[in-house]
Design a protein. Structure first.
Length: 220
């Protein structure tokens, strides 16, 4: 196998092992390959190895490289995993198949308008500020029920919750809290876990893991 194919196979194998420990089916977990900062020529080998779901942090970066990749390869799904400015909502709705960073009422309004204008709806995760770190974005924990109610009233298809735990600490309590919050609010999808902790996330219920450096190496 080529190096990208080998890295991809290893990540899928680790997901399967973690799922087995948790008595889950590996098919319940979607691997989102985080391709931010990596050029199209670094992404193509993973596509050729079979990966179809990718994540980007910035709308403009995705606009620059993904249309050509999508034209060259069938069946690709693109997820926005970074902060979304309200004035970029229309661009995001046109380009992405899932948004992981719905975190405030103004973005609910912007997305609802963008959905109407584009004639399409994009499933969203509400991003939770699980570690109370304002610099990361995310809805404060106490405000999540109200934001979910507002999103549902606006017709936003909310599929689950997303979080980024604080760096350098044990992530398990944060993953467990997100899973409890999702269950309490009638949601069954969890976007949590990155290259350093995706196996832990899988064991605690993640349905979407966002893995970058384990697949691509250090950021470009």
């Amino acid at each position: 196998m080529t190096e990208p194919a080998s890295a991809l196979a290893e990540v899928y194998d680790n997901i399967a092992k973690a799922a087995k420990i948790a008595r889950r089916e590996p098919s319940q977990i979607e691997l989102v390959a985080i391709s931010k900062t990596h050029p199209a020529e670094a992404i193509a080998p993973l596509i050729e190895a079979g990966q179809r779901v990718f994540g980007e942090n910035r709308v403009q970066e995705a606009q620059a490289k993904w249309p050509a990749l999508q034209e060259a390869h069938e069946g690709l799904s693109l997820h926005l995993v970074g902060q979304l400015q309200s004035n970029k909502a229309e661009d995001a709705v046109r380009l992405f198949d899932c948004i992981h960073s719905l975190d405030r009422p103004s973005l609910v309004s912007a997305l609802a308008k963008a959905f109407d204008k584009a004639g399409r709806q994009v499933p969203c995760f509400v991003q939770v500020d699980i570690g109370e770190e304002a610099q990361k974005g995310g809805c404060p924990i106490a405000d999540v029920p109200a934001l979910l109610a507002e999103a549902r009233a606006a017709g936003i298809p909310v599929m689950g919750l997303m979080c980024v735990p604080p760096f350098g600490v044990e992530p398990s309590p944060y993953f467990a809290l997100l899973a409890k919050m999702a269950a309490d609010n009638g949601l069954d999808k969890l976007s949590m876990g990155m290259s350093g902790d995706y196996e832990t996330a899988v064991m605690l219920g993640a349905t979407h893991v966002r893995v970058g450096s384990a697949l691509f190496g250090a950021r470009g």
